[in-house]
Design a protein around this ligand. Structure first.
Ligand code: AGP
Length: 608
Protein backbone atom coordinates (compact mmCIF):
# COMPACT_ATOMS: atom_id res chain seq x y z
CA UNK A 1 0.00 0.00 0.00
CA UNK A 2 1.59 3.27 -1.21
CA UNK A 3 0.23 6.77 -1.76
CA UNK A 4 0.19 8.52 -5.15
CA UNK A 5 -0.75 12.10 -6.04
CA UNK A 6 -0.79 14.19 -9.22
CA UNK A 7 -1.65 17.74 -10.23
CA UNK A 8 -2.05 19.74 -13.44
CA UNK A 9 -3.15 23.34 -13.27
CA UNK A 10 -2.30 26.98 -12.90
CA UNK A 11 -0.39 26.60 -9.63
CA UNK A 12 3.09 25.22 -8.94
CA UNK A 13 2.61 21.46 -8.66
CA UNK A 14 5.47 20.47 -6.29
CA UNK A 15 4.13 22.08 -3.07
CA UNK A 16 0.70 20.55 -3.77
CA UNK A 17 2.27 17.13 -4.37
CA UNK A 18 4.32 17.27 -1.15
CA UNK A 19 1.31 18.44 0.84
CA UNK A 20 -0.83 15.62 -0.55
CA UNK A 21 1.86 13.02 0.13
CA UNK A 22 2.06 14.28 3.69
CA UNK A 23 -1.59 13.29 4.11
CA UNK A 24 -0.94 9.82 2.66
CA UNK A 25 2.07 8.79 4.75
CA UNK A 26 -0.15 6.38 6.72
CA UNK A 27 -0.17 4.34 3.46
CA UNK A 28 3.63 4.04 3.34
CA UNK A 29 6.57 6.07 4.53
CA UNK A 30 9.85 4.34 3.63
CA UNK A 31 10.72 6.58 0.64
CA UNK A 32 9.15 9.28 -1.54
CA UNK A 33 9.56 11.17 -4.77
CA UNK A 34 8.12 13.75 -7.17
CA UNK A 35 8.42 14.49 -10.87
CA UNK A 36 7.46 17.85 -12.40
CA UNK A 37 7.51 19.16 -15.97
CA UNK A 38 9.52 22.41 -15.82
CA UNK A 39 8.60 23.71 -19.24
CA UNK A 40 11.40 21.85 -21.03
CA UNK A 41 11.82 18.46 -19.41
CA UNK A 42 10.48 16.31 -16.64
CA UNK A 43 12.60 16.71 -13.52
CA UNK A 44 12.51 14.11 -10.77
CA UNK A 45 13.68 13.93 -7.16
CA UNK A 46 13.27 10.95 -4.91
CA UNK A 47 14.74 9.95 -1.56
CA UNK A 48 14.78 7.08 0.90
CA UNK A 49 13.19 7.87 4.28
CA UNK A 50 10.18 9.85 5.54
CA UNK A 51 8.68 12.54 3.32
CA UNK A 52 10.48 15.29 5.19
CA UNK A 53 13.77 14.14 3.65
CA UNK A 54 12.36 14.86 0.18
CA UNK A 55 10.75 18.13 1.37
CA UNK A 56 14.13 19.32 2.66
CA UNK A 57 15.90 18.24 -0.54
CA UNK A 58 13.39 20.15 -2.68
CA UNK A 59 13.00 23.13 -0.30
CA UNK A 60 9.32 22.18 0.06
CA UNK A 61 9.09 22.02 -3.72
CA UNK A 62 10.30 25.58 -4.35
CA UNK A 63 13.23 24.46 -6.48
CA UNK A 64 10.91 22.33 -8.59
CA UNK A 65 9.00 24.79 -10.78
CA UNK A 66 6.26 23.46 -13.03
CA UNK A 67 2.48 23.05 -13.20
CA UNK A 68 2.20 19.36 -14.03
CA UNK A 69 3.54 16.77 -11.65
CA UNK A 70 3.15 13.44 -9.92
CA UNK A 71 4.33 12.21 -6.52
CA UNK A 72 4.57 9.06 -4.43
CA UNK A 73 5.12 7.90 -0.85
CA UNK A 74 6.16 4.27 -0.67
CA UNK A 75 5.46 1.08 1.22
CA UNK A 76 8.03 -1.22 -0.33
CA UNK A 77 6.97 -4.59 -1.66
CA UNK A 78 9.38 -5.28 -4.54
CA UNK A 79 12.83 -3.80 -3.98
CA UNK A 80 14.01 -2.52 -0.62
CA UNK A 81 13.51 1.13 0.31
CA UNK A 82 16.24 3.12 -1.49
CA UNK A 83 16.64 6.26 -3.62
CA UNK A 84 16.71 4.11 -6.78
CA UNK A 85 13.67 1.97 -5.88
CA UNK A 86 11.64 4.99 -4.77
CA UNK A 87 9.04 6.28 -7.21
CA UNK A 88 8.57 7.93 -9.71
CA UNK A 89 10.20 5.75 -12.37
CA UNK A 90 11.36 6.98 -15.78
CA UNK A 91 11.73 5.22 -19.11
CA UNK A 92 15.18 5.25 -20.69
CA UNK A 93 15.09 8.82 -22.15
CA UNK A 94 13.08 10.36 -19.32
CA UNK A 95 10.16 11.14 -21.64
CA UNK A 96 7.66 9.03 -19.69
CA UNK A 97 7.35 8.95 -15.88
CA UNK A 98 5.14 6.81 -13.63
CA UNK A 99 4.03 6.55 -10.01
CA UNK A 100 2.31 3.31 -8.93
CA UNK A 101 0.36 1.90 -6.01
CA UNK A 102 -0.21 -1.87 -6.18
CA UNK A 103 1.70 -4.96 -7.32
CA UNK A 104 2.34 -6.05 -10.96
CA UNK A 105 2.27 -9.81 -10.39
CA UNK A 106 3.72 -10.77 -13.84
CA UNK A 107 6.44 -8.12 -13.73
CA UNK A 108 9.29 -10.64 -13.92
CA UNK A 109 7.88 -12.11 -17.16
CA UNK A 110 7.38 -8.63 -18.67
CA UNK A 111 10.84 -7.53 -17.49
CA UNK A 112 12.44 -10.55 -19.19
CA UNK A 113 10.67 -9.77 -22.49
CA UNK A 114 11.67 -6.10 -22.33
CA UNK A 115 15.28 -7.02 -21.57
CA UNK A 116 15.25 -9.25 -24.67
CA UNK A 117 14.20 -6.12 -26.58
CA UNK A 118 17.20 -4.24 -25.18
CA UNK A 119 15.59 -2.38 -22.29
CA UNK A 120 17.85 -1.81 -19.24
CA UNK A 121 16.55 -1.60 -15.69
CA UNK A 122 18.00 0.52 -12.86
CA UNK A 123 15.74 -0.60 -9.99
CA UNK A 124 14.43 -3.84 -8.43
CA UNK A 125 10.86 -2.66 -8.57
CA UNK A 126 7.88 -4.06 -10.45
CA UNK A 127 6.89 -0.46 -11.26
CA UNK A 128 9.88 0.38 -13.50
CA UNK A 129 8.54 -2.29 -15.88
CA UNK A 130 5.49 -0.07 -16.47
CA UNK A 131 7.60 2.90 -17.63
CA UNK A 132 9.51 0.75 -20.14
CA UNK A 133 6.35 -1.06 -21.27
CA UNK A 134 4.74 2.33 -22.00
CA UNK A 135 7.85 3.34 -23.88
CA UNK A 136 7.60 0.16 -25.94
CA UNK A 137 3.99 0.82 -27.01
CA UNK A 138 4.04 4.63 -27.20
CA UNK A 139 3.62 6.00 -30.71
CA UNK A 140 2.65 9.57 -29.83
CA UNK A 141 -0.82 8.75 -28.41
CA UNK A 142 -0.63 8.35 -24.59
CA UNK A 143 -4.14 6.89 -24.28
CA UNK A 144 -3.44 4.06 -26.73
CA UNK A 145 -0.12 3.25 -25.06
CA UNK A 146 -1.83 3.07 -21.67
CA UNK A 147 -4.55 0.78 -23.01
CA UNK A 148 -1.91 -1.50 -24.57
CA UNK A 149 -0.08 -1.97 -21.27
CA UNK A 150 -3.37 -2.56 -19.42
CA UNK A 151 -3.91 -5.61 -21.60
CA UNK A 152 -0.51 -6.98 -20.65
CA UNK A 153 -0.20 -6.23 -16.90
CA UNK A 154 -1.56 -8.66 -14.26
CA UNK A 155 -2.12 -7.56 -10.66
CA UNK A 156 -3.21 -4.33 -9.05
CA UNK A 157 -2.35 -0.78 -9.96
CA UNK A 158 -3.28 2.85 -9.57
CA UNK A 159 -1.00 4.89 -11.83
CA UNK A 160 -0.15 8.55 -12.33
CA UNK A 161 1.59 9.06 -15.69
CA UNK A 162 3.17 12.01 -17.51
CA UNK A 163 4.48 12.19 -21.10
CA UNK A 164 7.10 14.84 -21.96
CA UNK A 165 5.49 15.22 -25.40
CA UNK A 166 2.18 16.11 -23.72
CA UNK A 167 3.39 18.36 -20.84
CA UNK A 168 0.00 19.96 -20.19
CA UNK A 169 -1.64 16.54 -19.68
CA UNK A 170 -1.77 14.20 -16.69
CA UNK A 171 -2.99 10.61 -17.00
CA UNK A 172 -4.32 8.25 -14.35
CA UNK A 173 -5.60 4.66 -14.55
CA UNK A 174 -6.75 2.10 -12.05
CA UNK A 175 -7.22 -1.63 -11.46
CA UNK A 176 -7.86 -2.96 -7.93
CA UNK A 177 -5.95 -0.15 -6.20
CA UNK A 178 -7.84 2.95 -5.03
CA UNK A 179 -7.75 6.12 -7.14
CA UNK A 180 -9.70 9.37 -6.94
CA UNK A 181 -9.57 12.46 -9.11
CA UNK A 182 -11.07 15.88 -8.67
CA UNK A 183 -11.36 19.35 -10.17
CA UNK A 184 -9.70 22.04 -8.06
CA UNK A 185 -10.46 25.72 -8.55
CA UNK A 186 -7.28 26.02 -10.64
CA UNK A 187 -6.72 22.57 -12.14
CA UNK A 188 -7.11 18.81 -11.59
CA UNK A 189 -5.76 16.59 -8.86
CA UNK A 190 -5.40 12.79 -8.47
CA UNK A 191 -4.69 10.75 -5.33
CA UNK A 192 -4.84 7.30 -3.76
CA UNK A 193 -7.18 8.53 -1.08
CA UNK A 194 -9.34 11.44 0.03
CA UNK A 195 -7.05 13.04 2.67
CA UNK A 196 -4.63 14.23 -0.04
CA UNK A 197 -7.22 16.30 -1.93
CA UNK A 198 -9.56 17.66 0.78
CA UNK A 199 -7.63 20.94 0.99
CA UNK A 200 -8.23 21.53 -2.76
CA UNK A 201 -11.64 19.97 -3.46
CA UNK A 202 -14.45 18.13 -1.70
CA UNK A 203 -16.00 16.79 -4.91
CA UNK A 204 -14.19 13.72 -6.15
CA UNK A 205 -14.64 11.01 -8.76
CA UNK A 206 -13.96 7.47 -7.56
CA UNK A 207 -12.24 5.79 -10.51
CA UNK A 208 -13.55 2.27 -11.21
CA UNK A 209 -11.48 -0.65 -12.49
CA UNK A 210 -9.91 -0.19 -15.93
CA UNK A 211 -11.01 3.43 -16.22
CA UNK A 212 -8.51 5.94 -17.62
CA UNK A 213 -8.54 9.67 -16.90
CA UNK A 214 -6.92 12.37 -19.03
CA UNK A 215 -6.60 15.70 -17.25
CA UNK A 216 -5.59 19.15 -18.43
CA UNK A 217 -5.62 22.42 -16.53
CA UNK A 218 -9.30 23.01 -17.34
CA UNK A 219 -10.66 19.63 -18.41
CA UNK A 220 -11.04 16.06 -17.26
CA UNK A 221 -12.07 13.14 -19.53
CA UNK A 222 -12.82 9.55 -18.66
CA UNK A 223 -12.22 6.60 -21.02
CA UNK A 224 -12.68 2.84 -20.93
CA UNK A 225 -10.28 0.29 -22.40
CA UNK A 226 -12.02 0.61 -25.78
CA UNK A 227 -10.93 4.26 -25.83
CA UNK A 228 -14.61 5.29 -25.54
CA UNK A 229 -15.21 8.40 -23.45
CA UNK A 230 -17.48 8.05 -20.43
CA UNK A 231 -19.57 10.28 -18.12
CA UNK A 232 -19.04 10.02 -14.36
CA UNK A 233 -20.77 11.38 -11.26
CA UNK A 234 -18.70 13.11 -8.57
CA UNK A 235 -19.20 12.47 -4.85
CA UNK A 236 -19.15 15.22 -2.20
CA UNK A 237 -16.88 14.41 0.77
CA UNK A 238 -17.64 16.07 4.12
CA UNK A 239 -15.02 14.28 6.26
CA UNK A 240 -12.21 16.18 7.99
CA UNK A 241 -8.64 15.15 7.08
CA UNK A 242 -8.09 13.18 10.30
CA UNK A 243 -11.21 11.08 9.70
CA UNK A 244 -10.28 10.66 6.06
CA UNK A 245 -6.81 9.30 6.91
CA UNK A 246 -8.64 6.72 8.99
CA UNK A 247 -10.93 5.98 6.08
CA UNK A 248 -13.91 7.09 8.12
CA UNK A 249 -13.01 4.80 11.02
CA UNK A 250 -12.69 6.43 14.47
CA UNK A 251 -9.22 5.00 15.05
CA UNK A 252 -6.41 3.45 13.00
CA UNK A 253 -6.72 0.34 15.22
CA UNK A 254 -10.35 -0.23 14.16
CA UNK A 255 -9.44 0.53 10.52
CA UNK A 256 -6.58 -1.98 10.70
CA UNK A 257 -8.86 -4.59 12.29
CA UNK A 258 -11.17 -4.20 9.29
CA UNK A 259 -8.18 -4.50 6.94
CA UNK A 260 -7.44 -8.00 8.31
CA UNK A 261 -9.50 -9.97 5.74
CA UNK A 262 -7.59 -8.37 2.83
CA UNK A 263 -4.20 -8.51 4.60
CA UNK A 264 -4.70 -12.19 5.41
CA UNK A 265 -5.63 -13.03 1.83
CA UNK A 266 -2.71 -10.88 0.50
CA UNK A 267 -0.39 -12.91 2.73
CA UNK A 268 -1.49 -16.42 1.70
CA UNK A 269 -2.56 -15.90 -1.95
CA UNK A 270 0.97 -15.55 -3.46
CA UNK A 271 1.98 -18.75 -1.62
CA UNK A 272 -0.91 -21.00 -2.70
CA UNK A 273 -0.45 -22.55 -6.12
CA UNK A 274 -3.35 -24.99 -6.54
CA UNK A 275 -2.71 -27.84 -4.07
CA UNK A 276 0.90 -26.71 -3.56
CA UNK A 277 2.33 -24.46 -0.85
CA UNK A 278 5.05 -22.42 -2.60
CA UNK A 279 7.21 -20.19 -0.40
CA UNK A 280 9.99 -19.18 -2.83
CA UNK A 281 11.51 -16.69 -0.42
CA UNK A 282 12.20 -19.51 2.04
CA UNK A 283 15.18 -20.38 -0.14
CA UNK A 284 14.97 -24.00 1.02
CA UNK A 285 14.83 -27.12 -1.16
CA UNK A 286 12.93 -30.18 0.05
CA UNK A 287 16.29 -31.61 1.15
CA UNK A 288 16.96 -28.47 3.16
CA UNK A 289 13.52 -28.74 4.75
CA UNK A 290 14.08 -32.42 5.58
CA UNK A 291 17.44 -31.51 7.15
CA UNK A 292 15.78 -29.17 9.64
CA UNK A 293 15.75 -31.06 12.96
CA UNK A 294 14.35 -28.29 15.17
CA UNK A 295 12.99 -24.76 15.06
CA UNK A 296 13.47 -21.93 17.54
CA UNK A 297 11.02 -19.02 17.27
CA UNK A 298 12.27 -15.81 18.87
CA UNK A 299 10.34 -12.53 19.14
CA UNK A 300 8.80 -9.89 21.42
CA UNK A 301 5.29 -8.93 22.48
CA UNK A 302 2.51 -9.91 20.09
CA UNK A 303 5.00 -11.39 17.64
CA UNK A 304 6.11 -13.74 20.44
CA UNK A 305 2.45 -14.68 21.00
CA UNK A 306 2.11 -15.53 17.31
CA UNK A 307 5.21 -17.68 17.81
CA UNK A 308 3.56 -19.57 20.68
CA UNK A 309 0.69 -20.47 18.34
CA UNK A 310 3.28 -21.32 15.68
CA UNK A 311 4.81 -23.89 18.04
CA UNK A 312 1.50 -25.73 18.42
CA UNK A 313 0.76 -25.63 14.69
CA UNK A 314 4.26 -26.63 13.51
CA UNK A 315 4.64 -29.42 16.07
CA UNK A 316 1.08 -30.66 15.46
CA UNK A 317 1.06 -30.52 11.65
CA UNK A 318 4.73 -31.04 10.71
CA UNK A 319 5.79 -33.04 13.79
CA UNK A 320 8.95 -30.92 14.19
CA UNK A 321 10.18 -29.83 17.65
CA UNK A 322 9.76 -26.08 18.19
CA UNK A 323 11.05 -23.89 21.02
CA UNK A 324 9.62 -20.39 21.49
CA UNK A 325 11.62 -17.72 23.29
CA UNK A 326 11.36 -14.09 24.28
CA UNK A 327 14.09 -12.26 22.39
CA UNK A 328 15.13 -10.24 25.45
CA UNK A 329 15.76 -13.50 27.30
CA UNK A 330 17.18 -15.47 24.37
CA UNK A 331 19.89 -12.94 23.54
CA UNK A 332 21.52 -13.28 26.97
CA UNK A 333 20.98 -16.95 27.77
CA UNK A 334 23.75 -18.35 25.56
CA UNK A 335 21.27 -20.61 23.73
CA UNK A 336 22.24 -24.14 22.69
CA UNK A 337 21.75 -24.29 18.96
CA UNK A 338 22.30 -27.78 17.59
CA UNK A 339 23.08 -28.64 13.97
CA UNK A 340 19.90 -28.51 11.86
CA UNK A 341 18.18 -25.84 13.94
CA UNK A 342 16.23 -23.21 12.00
CA UNK A 343 15.87 -19.92 13.87
CA UNK A 344 12.70 -17.93 13.09
CA UNK A 345 12.63 -14.25 14.08
CA UNK A 346 9.14 -12.71 13.93
CA UNK A 347 8.71 -8.93 13.86
CA UNK A 348 6.18 -6.46 12.43
CA UNK A 349 8.56 -3.51 12.32
CA UNK A 350 11.72 -5.50 11.67
CA UNK A 351 13.54 -3.05 13.91
CA UNK A 352 12.84 -4.32 17.45
CA UNK A 353 16.19 -4.16 19.21
CA UNK A 354 15.94 -7.41 21.21
CA UNK A 355 14.74 -9.39 18.18
CA UNK A 356 17.49 -7.93 15.99
CA UNK A 357 20.10 -8.80 18.62
CA UNK A 358 18.71 -12.33 18.86
CA UNK A 359 19.06 -12.61 15.08
CA UNK A 360 22.67 -11.44 15.13
CA UNK A 361 23.48 -13.74 18.06
CA UNK A 362 21.98 -16.73 16.21
CA UNK A 363 23.89 -15.97 13.03
CA UNK A 364 27.11 -15.56 14.98
CA UNK A 365 26.54 -19.13 16.16
CA UNK A 366 26.23 -20.30 12.56
CA UNK A 367 22.49 -20.87 12.61
CA UNK A 368 20.27 -20.27 9.56
CA UNK A 369 17.78 -17.49 10.31
CA UNK A 370 14.37 -16.99 8.69
CA UNK A 371 12.71 -13.63 9.29
CA UNK A 372 8.91 -13.27 9.28
CA UNK A 373 8.61 -9.50 8.86
CA UNK A 374 6.08 -6.89 7.74
CA UNK A 375 8.31 -3.91 6.90
CA UNK A 376 10.18 -4.52 3.65
CA UNK A 377 13.86 -3.67 3.81
CA UNK A 378 13.90 -3.34 7.60
CA UNK A 379 17.00 -4.43 9.55
CA UNK A 380 15.70 -7.89 10.46
CA UNK A 381 14.53 -8.42 6.86
CA UNK A 382 17.95 -7.42 5.54
CA UNK A 383 20.02 -9.36 8.06
CA UNK A 384 18.06 -12.64 8.07
CA UNK A 385 19.28 -15.37 5.70
CA UNK A 386 15.79 -15.47 4.24
CA UNK A 387 12.69 -13.35 4.84
CA UNK A 388 9.02 -14.21 4.51
CA UNK A 389 7.02 -10.99 4.32
CA UNK A 390 3.61 -10.62 5.84
CA UNK A 391 1.69 -8.40 3.40
CA UNK A 392 -0.31 -6.51 6.05
CA UNK A 393 0.68 -3.08 4.69
CA UNK A 394 1.60 -0.23 7.00
CA UNK A 395 0.31 -0.58 10.56
CA UNK A 396 -0.07 2.77 12.33
CA UNK A 397 -1.81 1.87 15.60
CA UNK A 398 0.70 0.83 18.28
CA UNK A 399 -1.43 -2.19 19.21
CA UNK A 400 -0.87 -4.65 16.40
CA UNK A 401 -3.87 -6.43 14.87
CA UNK A 402 -3.53 -7.10 11.10
CA UNK A 403 0.25 -7.67 11.22
CA UNK A 404 -0.21 -10.20 14.05
CA UNK A 405 -2.97 -11.95 12.08
CA UNK A 406 -0.67 -12.16 9.05
CA UNK A 407 2.14 -13.58 11.20
CA UNK A 408 -0.25 -16.43 12.11
CA UNK A 409 -0.95 -17.02 8.41
CA UNK A 410 2.79 -17.08 7.63
CA UNK A 411 3.30 -19.71 10.36
CA UNK A 412 0.37 -21.80 9.08
CA UNK A 413 1.90 -21.72 5.57
CA UNK A 414 5.29 -22.74 6.96
CA UNK A 415 3.71 -25.64 8.87
CA UNK A 416 1.77 -26.78 5.80
CA UNK A 417 4.93 -26.59 3.66
CA UNK A 418 7.07 -28.54 6.15
CA UNK A 419 4.25 -31.06 6.69
CA UNK A 420 3.86 -31.52 2.91
CA UNK A 421 7.61 -32.17 2.44
CA UNK A 422 8.01 -34.29 5.59
CA UNK A 423 4.89 -36.29 4.64
CA UNK A 424 3.25 -35.77 8.02
CA UNK A 425 -0.09 -34.83 6.44
CA UNK A 426 -2.01 -36.63 3.69
CA UNK A 427 -2.89 -34.87 0.45
CA UNK A 428 -6.50 -34.89 1.60
CA UNK A 429 -5.65 -33.19 4.90
CA UNK A 430 -3.51 -30.59 3.14
CA UNK A 431 -6.33 -29.86 0.72
CA UNK A 432 -8.69 -29.31 3.66
CA UNK A 433 -6.18 -26.99 5.35
CA UNK A 434 -5.90 -24.99 2.12
CA UNK A 435 -9.71 -24.73 1.88
CA UNK A 436 -9.89 -23.68 5.55
CA UNK A 437 -7.18 -21.06 4.97
CA UNK A 438 -9.12 -19.55 2.06
CA UNK A 439 -12.24 -19.25 4.23
CA UNK A 440 -10.52 -17.27 7.00
CA UNK A 441 -10.90 -13.77 5.41
CA UNK A 442 -14.70 -14.09 5.14
CA UNK A 443 -14.96 -15.64 8.59
CA UNK A 444 -12.93 -12.76 10.07
CA UNK A 445 -15.19 -10.27 8.24
CA UNK A 446 -18.25 -11.95 9.73
CA UNK A 447 -16.78 -11.78 13.25
CA UNK A 448 -15.87 -8.11 12.82
CA UNK A 449 -19.45 -7.34 11.86
CA UNK A 450 -20.47 -8.86 15.19
CA UNK A 451 -18.88 -5.87 16.94
CA UNK A 452 -22.00 -4.31 18.48
CA UNK A 453 -22.57 -7.26 20.75
CA UNK A 454 -18.98 -7.12 21.96
CA UNK A 455 -19.13 -3.34 22.41
CA UNK A 456 -22.22 -3.73 24.61
CA UNK A 457 -20.43 -6.39 26.68
CA UNK A 458 -17.22 -4.38 26.92
CA UNK A 459 -19.07 -1.33 28.23
CA UNK A 460 -20.03 -3.37 31.27
CA UNK A 461 -16.36 -3.77 32.21
CA UNK A 462 -14.95 -0.27 31.85
CA UNK A 463 -14.33 -0.20 35.58
CA UNK A 464 -12.75 -3.67 35.77
CA UNK A 465 -9.51 -3.75 37.79
CA UNK A 466 -8.25 -7.22 36.95
CA UNK A 467 -9.14 -9.50 34.04
CA UNK A 468 -7.90 -13.06 33.56
CA UNK A 469 -7.63 -14.91 30.25
CA UNK A 470 -7.41 -18.71 30.38
CA UNK A 471 -6.94 -21.39 27.75
CA UNK A 472 -5.18 -24.67 26.98
CA UNK A 473 -2.87 -25.39 24.04
CA UNK A 474 -3.39 -22.95 21.18
CA UNK A 475 -6.10 -21.32 23.30
CA UNK A 476 -3.44 -20.37 25.83
CA UNK A 477 -1.55 -18.60 23.02
CA UNK A 478 -4.78 -16.81 22.02
CA UNK A 479 -5.28 -15.81 25.67
CA UNK A 480 -1.79 -14.31 25.81
CA UNK A 481 -2.59 -12.01 22.86
CA UNK A 482 -6.12 -11.25 24.05
CA UNK A 483 -4.75 -10.18 27.41
CA UNK A 484 -2.02 -8.00 25.86
CA UNK A 485 -4.54 -6.28 23.55
CA UNK A 486 -6.65 -5.36 26.59
CA UNK A 487 -3.93 -4.11 28.91
CA UNK A 488 -1.80 -2.22 26.38
CA UNK A 489 -4.66 0.07 25.26
CA UNK A 490 -7.01 0.16 28.29
CA UNK A 491 -4.45 0.14 31.11
CA UNK A 492 -6.52 -2.55 32.93
CA UNK A 493 -4.35 -5.16 34.71
CA UNK A 494 -4.81 -8.42 32.80
CA UNK A 495 -3.03 -11.76 32.77
CA UNK A 496 -3.25 -14.87 30.64
CA UNK A 497 -2.83 -18.32 32.15
CA UNK A 498 -2.62 -21.87 30.95
CA UNK A 499 -5.95 -22.91 32.45
CA UNK A 500 -4.49 -25.95 34.17
CA UNK A 501 -2.17 -23.65 36.13
CA UNK A 502 -4.91 -21.69 37.91
CA UNK A 503 -5.30 -24.06 40.83
CA UNK A 504 -1.56 -23.84 41.53
CA UNK A 505 -1.94 -20.35 42.94
CA UNK A 506 -3.61 -17.74 40.75
CA UNK A 507 -7.14 -18.92 41.54
CA UNK A 508 -6.68 -17.25 44.96
CA UNK A 509 -7.12 -13.94 43.08
CA UNK A 510 -10.59 -14.84 41.81
CA UNK A 511 -13.39 -13.15 43.77
CA UNK A 512 -16.99 -12.04 43.27
CA UNK A 513 -17.37 -10.34 39.87
CA UNK A 514 -13.86 -10.97 38.58
CA UNK A 515 -14.01 -11.20 34.79
CA UNK A 516 -12.45 -14.38 33.39
CA UNK A 517 -12.24 -14.76 29.61
CA UNK A 518 -12.02 -18.45 28.74
CA UNK A 519 -10.94 -19.49 25.25
CA UNK A 520 -11.88 -23.05 24.30
CA UNK A 521 -11.58 -23.91 20.63
CA UNK A 522 -9.73 -27.24 20.97
CA UNK A 523 -12.42 -29.96 21.00
CA UNK A 524 -10.20 -32.52 22.73
CA UNK A 525 -9.74 -30.04 25.61
CA UNK A 526 -13.35 -28.86 25.98
CA UNK A 527 -14.06 -30.92 29.09
CA UNK A 528 -10.84 -29.82 30.80
CA UNK A 529 -11.59 -26.18 30.06
CA UNK A 530 -15.19 -26.42 31.23
CA UNK A 531 -14.07 -27.78 34.59
CA UNK A 532 -11.60 -24.88 34.89
CA UNK A 533 -14.40 -22.45 34.07
CA UNK A 534 -16.63 -24.05 36.70
CA UNK A 535 -13.74 -23.72 39.21
CA UNK A 536 -13.51 -19.94 38.79
CA UNK A 537 -17.25 -19.42 38.47
CA UNK A 538 -17.91 -21.13 41.80
CA UNK A 539 -15.56 -18.54 43.31
CA UNK A 540 -17.70 -15.71 41.94
CA UNK A 541 -16.05 -15.02 38.57
CA UNK A 542 -18.08 -13.80 35.59
CA UNK A 543 -17.02 -16.03 32.70
CA UNK A 544 -16.84 -14.82 29.11
CA UNK A 545 -16.28 -17.79 26.78
CA UNK A 546 -14.97 -17.75 23.21
CA UNK A 547 -15.64 -21.11 21.56
CA UNK A 548 -16.56 -22.91 18.35
CA UNK A 549 -20.03 -22.82 16.89
CA UNK A 550 -21.96 -25.92 17.96
CA UNK A 551 -20.21 -26.25 21.33
CA UNK A 552 -23.48 -26.11 23.32
CA UNK A 553 -21.88 -27.56 26.45
CA UNK A 554 -20.14 -24.30 27.21
CA UNK A 555 -23.38 -22.60 28.24
CA UNK A 556 -23.47 -24.39 31.57
CA UNK A 557 -20.06 -22.99 32.53
CA UNK A 558 -20.16 -19.49 31.05
CA UNK A 559 -22.13 -16.29 31.61
CA UNK A 560 -21.52 -14.87 28.15
CA UNK A 561 -20.55 -16.81 25.02
CA UNK A 562 -19.04 -15.65 21.73
CA UNK A 563 -19.04 -18.28 19.00
CA UNK A 564 -16.49 -18.48 16.19
CA UNK A 565 -17.22 -20.23 12.86
CA UNK A 566 -15.99 -23.73 12.21
CA UNK A 567 -12.36 -24.26 11.10
CA UNK A 568 -9.65 -26.84 11.82
CA UNK A 569 -7.94 -27.12 15.21
CA UNK A 570 -4.81 -25.28 14.00
CA UNK A 571 -6.45 -22.13 12.59
CA UNK A 572 -8.83 -21.18 15.43
CA UNK A 573 -6.44 -18.47 16.66
CA UNK A 574 -7.15 -16.40 13.55
CA UNK A 575 -10.86 -16.32 14.40
CA UNK A 576 -10.93 -16.34 18.22
CA UNK A 577 -8.60 -13.33 18.42
CA UNK A 578 -11.07 -11.07 16.58
CA UNK A 579 -13.65 -10.72 19.39
CA UNK A 580 -10.77 -10.28 21.85
CA UNK A 581 -9.27 -7.48 19.74
CA UNK A 582 -12.71 -5.83 19.64
CA UNK A 583 -13.13 -6.32 23.40
CA UNK A 584 -9.86 -4.55 24.15
CA UNK A 585 -10.67 -1.82 21.63
CA UNK A 586 -14.13 -1.02 23.02
CA UNK A 587 -12.91 -0.98 26.61
CA UNK A 588 -10.19 1.48 25.56
CA UNK A 589 -12.72 3.63 23.65
CA UNK A 590 -15.17 3.43 26.56
CA UNK A 591 -12.46 4.61 28.97
CA UNK A 592 -11.53 7.47 26.64
CA UNK A 593 -7.94 6.21 26.24
CA UNK A 594 -5.70 7.20 23.32
CA UNK A 595 -6.41 3.97 21.43
CA UNK A 596 -3.84 4.44 18.65
CA UNK A 597 -1.04 5.89 20.76
CA UNK A 598 -1.34 4.32 24.23
CA UNK A 599 0.78 5.79 27.03
CA UNK A 600 4.32 4.56 27.55
CA UNK A 601 4.33 2.52 24.30
CA UNK A 602 6.00 2.83 20.91
CA UNK A 603 5.14 1.12 17.62
CA UNK A 604 8.69 -0.13 17.25
CA UNK A 605 10.85 -0.69 20.33
CA UNK A 606 14.32 0.05 18.97
CA UNK A 607 15.99 0.26 22.38
CA UNK A 608 16.67 -2.47 24.92
C1 AGP B 1 1.81 -5.22 20.25
O1 AGP B 1 0.57 -4.67 20.05
C2 AGP B 1 2.84 -4.26 20.64
N1 AGP B 1 2.92 -3.21 19.72
C3 AGP B 1 4.19 -4.89 20.93
O2 AGP B 1 4.03 -5.91 21.89
C4 AGP B 1 4.89 -5.50 19.71
O3 AGP B 1 4.25 -6.67 19.33
C5 AGP B 1 6.35 -5.80 20.07
O4 AGP B 1 6.97 -4.59 20.45
C6 AGP B 1 7.09 -6.44 18.91
O5 AGP B 1 7.14 -5.56 17.84
P1 AGP B 1 7.61 -6.09 16.41
O6 AGP B 1 6.61 -7.10 15.94
O7 AGP B 1 7.63 -4.86 15.55
O8 AGP B 1 8.97 -6.68 16.57
Amino acid sequence: MCGIVGYVGERQAAPILLDGLGKLEYRGYDSAGIAVYDGEKIRMKKAKGRLKVLSELTHDGEIFPGQTGIGHTRWATHGEPSDVNAHPHFNADNSIVVVHNGIIENYLKLKKKLKEKGYEFVSDTDTEVIAHLLDHYYRGNPLQAIIKIMHRMEGSYALGIMFRDHPEELYAVRKDSPLIVGHTKDGCIIASDVPAVLKYTRDVYFIENEEIVRMKQDSMEFFNVDEESMEKESTHIDWDVDAAEKGGYEHFMLKEMYEQPKAISDTFSPRLKGKEIVIEELGMSDEDILSVKKMMIVACGSAYHAGVTGKYVLEGMARIPVEVDLASEYRYRDPLIEEGTLIIIISQSGETADSLAALRDSRSRGAKVLGIVNVVGSSIAREADNVMYTWAGPEIAVATTKAYSCQLIALYLLAMKFAQVRGTVTDGELERYIEDLKRIPDQVEMLLNNKNRIQKFANRYLAARDVFFIGRGIDYAISLEGSLKLKEISYIHSEAYAAGELKHGTISLIEEGTLVAAVLTQEKLYKKMISNMVEVRTRGAFVLAVTNEGNGDVKRAADYVIYIPETNQYFTNSLAIIPLQLFGYYISVGKGCDVDKPRNLAKSVTVE
